[in-house]
Design a protein around this ligand. Sequence first.
Ligand SMILES: [Zn+2]
Ligand SMILES: [Zn+2]
Length: 275
Amino acid sequence: MKFWICTTCGTQYMASDEPLEICSICSEERQYILPSGQHWITLEELIASNKYENKWEEKEQGIFAITTTPSFALGQTAYLIQTPSGNILWDCIAYLDAKTIKQIRQLGGIKAIALSHPHYYSTQVEWADTFDCPIFIHQDDQKWVQRKSQRIQFWSGETLSLVEECTMVRLGGHFRGGSVLHLQSGDQGKGVLFTGDIVQVTPGEDWVSFMYSYPNMIPLPAGKVKKIAEMLKDIPFTRIYGAFNRKITHEANRVVQKSAMRYIAALDESLTESR
Ligand SMILES: [Zn+2]
Ligand SMILES: [Zn+2]
């Protein structure tokens, strides 16, 4: 029996002798199966290949981005966030080796793992078992969890306080339970938002976007984008740390508001040259 991992999205499944024919996360319309077909690997094989390592980058005091190099699966980034009440792992990546475990233990371990949406579930149960901590996932995304565990706590409603300074906010959009994490003390008390790709930072790091599917380029309805912008309007934050290690470094709340307005203008044809 092996815990198979889909090589395209990094999701780990319940133990089985043979992997599934197709990954449930990749075979729905927000993801894709590569033309070469479905491929699987195990965490043990990934480690034994000696091909990968996790790169650490301190973004600001107490916030570390962790990304696997060379890129594996979707090239996701996880963040270790230090707070006086313990460390939070925001989102998760598939690759977890002895060196990473040692580094995290030296920084005080992990108190809780919090997930933005299913494209980050990866090997979250391996991480939770290693660091003996709970995983928080919005209950609206429960059906996407592939490797079940008693460690997963499904939360409901619109917000969840993880520790004193860290609150999860459900925005929906990309996934029904799609959530972001607000760190009140981030950027010297001005506030920081971790968004996964619920709010996606663009390559220029000066705009954001909001899509139902990024790889398949399927937009969200205008009403949904408006609602996301409204929900974030009164939350104080100046920075965003997003998926793929991209960031907005200042006036991030204003960037979200202007990006939502541009997005809606594009959908109602008032922005584009086709008008
Ligand atoms: Zn997959
Ligand atoms: Zn996604």
